[in-house]
Design a protein around this ligand. Structure first.
Ligand SMILES: Cc1cc2nc3c(=O)[nH]c(=O)nc-3n(C[C@H](O)[C@H](O)[C@H](O)COP(=O)(O)OP(=O)(O)OC[C@H]3O[C@@H](n4cnc5c(N)ncnc54)[C@H](O)[C@@H]3O)c2cc1C
Length: 504
C-alpha cells in the first residue's frame, strides 16, 4: 500500500477549499481495498493515532484538514463497480474515491441520472456521502441521502459493515444496535435534539425517531467510520432540458417570479408524484438559483453580456420531453412576462453545449469568490444557512439590510428554491475581516432564532463547531460525542470535526 510522508508529497492533503492553514500529518496512506482501510484503522486505534479521512479536498469547512496523525486518502478506492438499469431507473455501485463527474458521465452513458450535483464536481462520491452533499437540483430531487441505498463502512476498531437501507433501524426511544461480524454489537443512544425543519440540512448527526441507521453515517463527516463503497439509486435520464438565466431590473419582480415558480413547481410535484417529469407538461423547476446585484457585478468581469440594467438573475432548469418542450417553453415565457423579466436579454438553452455554458456561468461565481479570498489572503466568510419557508423573505432582507450601504464587498447567491442562499463577505484586510465575522455571527443567530440550520450543505467540519453549539447547545454536543465514542472508543477518527476533541 502506498504511503507518502515527504512534506512536498503530502502538502496537498493538509488543506482543502477552506484554505485553512496549519494542517499537519506524519504521513498519507492510500488504501486500495476495504481490508486495507480496516487494517489502517485497527492499527491506529491500537496506537491511538488520529486518522483524518480525505476525499478530493473540495470541502469548505476544513473537515479533511488534519492536525496530527495520519491522513487516510481514498484516491485509490476509485473503481466504478457496476451500473445496472431497471424499471425504476437503475443502481450504481462505486468506491469512495470515484470522482463525482466521472460517475455522472458513466451513469449518463447508460441513459440514467444521478441527481446529487454539488457545484464542484471534482469531489469524490465518498466525500459526498460524508457531507450529504446537495446542489442546484436538490430543489427537485433532494440531497445525496435520498439516493444512498447501501454503504460499506470501515469502523474505527477495524470492522467492516455493509448497511443496506431498510435493514436496520433505531428504536422509537433512540436506542441503536449494530451487530458486527465477530458476534459483538455496537450499542448507543441517538442524540435527543430535534433537527431544524428545513429543506436542506448538513449540521450534525442526522437523528429521527425510528430512523434507518444508514442515515446516521450519511453526513457524519468522517467521524463515525470510513465510507469505502456506496450503492446508489439512479433515475431515468430526462429526455430533454430547458434551462435559462433570466435577468430582472427590480428585485421585487425577481422575488415575485421566484415565489410563483417555486409555488407552482411544488404544487405540480405533489399533484403528480409518480408521473415522470417532463411528460406531465407542467411547470416544475428542478433548479432555482439566485444571483443578487453584487454577484452580477462580479460576473460582469467575465461575462460582458450580462445586461447593464440587471439587478438580479435567476438560473432555472426544467426537464422536458419532445412532446412537452414547446408547451413548457411557453409556460416559462408567460411566467417571465407576468413578472416583467428582461426577457429579450435573458439566455435560454435547450441543447447540451448551451446548457453547459449556462452551468459554467453558475459555477463561475463561487470560483471567482475563492480566487478573491486567496488573492486577499483572507479566510472565507461565507454563510450556508437555510431557513423554513415562512422565514426566508425576512432572512434575505436581514442579510441585505446588514450589508447594503456599508464598506464591505459581498455577494448573495445560490439555492433560493431551497431557502438557502450563500452570503459571501469579501474582506480586503484584517479589519474588514473582523467586521465581516461579527456580521456573520448575527446571521447565525438570526437563522437559529427563526428555526433554520447553520449549515445546509457544506457541513460543520472544524470551522463551524462553535455555531453548531449555538444551534443545538452544549448538552446535545455531549450526546453527539457519546454516540461517537460508541463507534470510536479511542477517538481517533475525524478528530475536531463537528465538536472539539475535549468532549470525547
Ligand atoms: C466551488 C465549490 C462549490 C461547492 N458547491 C457545493 C454545493 O453546491 N453543494 C455542496 O453540498 N457542497 C459544495 N461544495 C463543497 C464540497 O464540494 C462538498 O462538501 C463535497 O461533498 C466534498 O467532497 P470531497 O470529496 O471533496 O470531500 P473532502 O473535502 O475531502 O472531505 C469532506 C469531509 O468528508 C470526510 N470524508 C471524505 N471522504 C470520506 C469517506 N470516504 N468516508 C468518510 N468520511 C469522508 C472528510 O474527512 C471531511 O470531513 C463546494 C465546494 C467548492 C470548492
Amino acid at each position: 500500500m502506498l504511503t507518502k510522508s515527504e512534506p512536498d508529497e503530502i502538502q496537498d492533503f493538509l488543506t482543502d477549499a477552506s484554505y485553512l492553514k496549519g494542517g499537519f500529518a506524519s504521513s498519507v496512506v492510500f488504501p486500495e481495498t476495504a481490508d486495507d482501510v480496516a487494517g489502517i484503522l485497527a492499527g491506529a486505534t491500537r496506537d491511538l493515532t488520529p486518522v483524518t479521512v480525505s476525499g478530493a479536498g473540495t470541502g469548505t469547512v476544513a473537515g479533511r484538514v488534519p492536525f496530527g496523525g495520519l491522513v487516510l486518502a481514498t484516491d485509490k478506492l476509485n473503481r466504478i463497480k457496476r451500473i445496472t438499469v431497471d424499471e425504476a431507473g437503475g443502481r450504481g455501485v462505486a468506491e469512495a474515491g470515484v470522482v463525482l463527474r466521472d460517475f455522472q458521465q458513466a451513469v449518463d452513458t447508460k441513459g440514467l441520472l444521478y441527481p446529487p450535483d454539488p457545484t464542484e464536481r471534482g469531489c469524490f462520491l465518498g466525500g459526498n456521502v460524508a457531507t450529504n452533499a446537495s446542489g442546484a437540483r436538490t430543489f427537485k430531487y433532494g440531497a445525496t441521502r435520498n439516493y444512498v441505498e447501501r454503504l460499506r463502512i470501515a469502523l474505527p476498531a477495524g470492522e467492516v459493515i455493509d448497511l443496506r437501507r431498510g435493514e436496520l433501524c433505531a428504536g422509537a426511544d433512540g436506542r441503536i444496535a449494530i451487530p458486527l461480524s465477530g458476534g459483538m454489537t455496537i450499542k448507543a443512544q441517538l442524540p435527543s435534539y430535534q433537527m431544524p425543519k428545513v429543506r436542506k440540512n448538513a449540521s450534525g448527526y442526522f437523528v429521527a425517531a425510528g430512523m434507518d441507521l444508514i442515515d446516521l453515517f450519511i453526513g457524519s463527516e468522517g467521524t463515525l467510520g470510513v465510507v469505502v463503497e456506496a450503492e446508489v439509486r439512479l433515475l431515468p435520464k430526462p429526455e430533454g432540458l430547458l434551462s435559462g438565466v433570466v435577468f430582472f431590473d427590480s428585485e421585487e419582480k425577481l422575488l415575485g417570479f421566484v415565489g410563483e415558480a417555486r409555488r407552482r413547481s411544488l404544487a405540480n410535484r405533489v399533484r403528480s408524484p409518480t408521473v415522470r417529469e417532463g411528460n406531465a407538461g407542467r411547470l416544475d423547476a428542478r433548479a432555482l438559483e439566485y444571483f443578487d446585484s453584487e454577484s452580477l457585478g462580479f460576473l460582469r468581469q467575465k461575462y460582458d453580456s450580462v445586461p447593464d440594467n440587471a439587478v438580479g438573475a435567476i438560473f432555472f432548469e426544467q426537464e422536458t420531453t419532445a412532446a412537452t418542450e414547446d408547451l413548457l417553453m411557453n409556460e416559462w415565457m408567460s411566467l417571465l412576462d407576468a413578472h416583467n423579466a428582461l426577457g429579450d436579454q435573458s439566455w435560454f438553452a435547450t441543447n447540451e453545449p448551451d446548457q453547459l455554458k449556462l452551468r459554467e456561468f453558475r459555477h463561475a461565481l463561487p470560483v471567482l469568490m475563492n480566487e478573491w479570498f486567496a488573492k486577499h489572503n483572507q479566510r472565507k466568510v461565507s454563510t450556508d444557512m437555510s431557513v423554513p419557508d415562512e422565514a426566508f423573505a425576512g432572512m434575505l432582507r436581514f442579510y441585505q439590510e446588514s450589508l447594503r450601504g456599508g464598506n464591505l464587498r459581498y455577494t448573495i447567491f445560490g439555492h433560493i428554491g431551497d431557502n438557502h442562499v450563500h452570503v459571501n463577505i469579501l474582506p480586503r484586510n484584517d479589519d474588514e475581516a473582523a467586521k465581516a465575522w461579527e456580521i456573520y455571527r448575527t446571521f447565525i443567530r438570526r437563522a437559529v432564532d427563526v428555526g433554520g440550520t447553520i449549515s445546509a450543505e457544506h457541513g460543520i467540519g472544524k470551522l463551524k463547531r462553535e455555531y453548531l453549539r449555538e444551534l443545538y447547545g452544549e448538552e446535545h454536543l455531549k450526546e453527539m460525542a457519546a454516540l461517537k465514542r460508541a463507534f470510536d472508543p479511542a477517538g481517533i477518527l475525524g478528530r475536531g470535526n463537528m465538536f472539539s476533541s475535549d468532549l470525547l
